[in-house]
Design a protein around this ligand. Structure first.
Ligand code: HEC
Length: 230
């Protein structure tokens, strides 16, 4: 009787302990994280991260197209990888970066580069081949759309699948559309036609351009001690 009591108490105890250590403690440490704020003349302003509802549609497209199967969105520190050296960010990412992400797309496979900072002016993909010199440091919306439609038009050796169904091939009636892709060679549509992004492609690109986790945070050593962070 006594031994079975001890056994059950032991089992319940170890469950309770692991529940505390793996669920409650992290929740207590990280669950209440708030955006970083600055105080100016008594006025407290939230500066980072900003809840960006405008790009929610694009996030949904990113999820439904399964971009996270090949791309991560987490920059590791120097001790745990060469992400910083590869130009994928200026600092490691931390829990606070993700507080507004309903599903953080951390990812686990890196068939393509990490995209945590792809919308930042500081993002620079590692120079992989001789074509990389043609890549602008910051890829603008037109570049991203071209890359989604036909990755090899902008990166010759790209292995990324093209997402042509996010675009439509339209007959030009009157003026060319402002967002028609500047395609040349075998990718160009037949004369009189143009390739324009569907709303999903535009939302996806808005989401990509919003990805920027380069803002300095006090919990990341060396990222910017001068920031008056709370
Ligand atoms: C099958 C794997 C795979 C999938 C799925 C995938 N990618 Fe990629 N992606 C790659 C590879 C490989 C590269 C590197 C070559 C290149 O830049 O085209 C890349 C590069 C990129 C780049 C960086 C280009 C640069 O150098 O600036 C962006 C942005 C990107 N992908 C966005 C996306 C988005 C958005 C999706 C979902 C719609 C997606 N990828 C799905 C493999 C993938």
């Amino acid at each position: 009787m006594n031994r079975s009591f001890n056994l059950f108490a032991g089992i319940i105890g170890s469950f309770a302990l692991s529940c505390y250590a793996l669920v409650l403690l992290p929740k207590q440490q990280l669950g209440g994280l708030q955006p970083q704020t600055v105080e100016d003349e008594g006025k407290i302003t939230e500066i980072y991260p900003i809840n960006n509802v405008a790009v929610e549609k694009g996030r949904a497209v990113y999820a439904s197209e399964g971009c996270f199967y090949c791309h991560t969105q987490q920059v590791r520190d120097e001790q745990n990888g060469t992400d910083l050296e590869r130009g994928w960010g200026v600092r490691r990412t931390v829990a606070r970066d993700y507080i507004f992400d309903t599903t953080p797309f951390l990812g686990s496979n890196r068939v393509g580069p990490d995209l945590a900072n792809v919308g930042s002016t500081k993002w620079r993909n590692e120079p992989v081949d001789e074509n990389s010199k043609y890549k602008p440091a910051k890829r603008d919306a037109a570049w991203q759309l071209l890359h989604l439609y036909a990755p090899r038009t902008v990166i010759k050796s790209s292995n990324m699948p093209p997402y042509r169904y996010l675009f439509e091939n339209k007959k030009i009636s009157g003026q060319r559309s402002v967002d028609a892709l500047a395609l040349t060679g075998s990718d160009a549509p037949e004369p009189g036609y143009e390739v324009v992004p569907k709303p999903a492609a535009k939302a996806l690109v808005a989401y990509l351009l919003s990805l920027d986790k380069s803002h300095p945070l006090k919990e990341v050593k060396g990222s910017a001690p001068e920031v008056a962070a709370k």
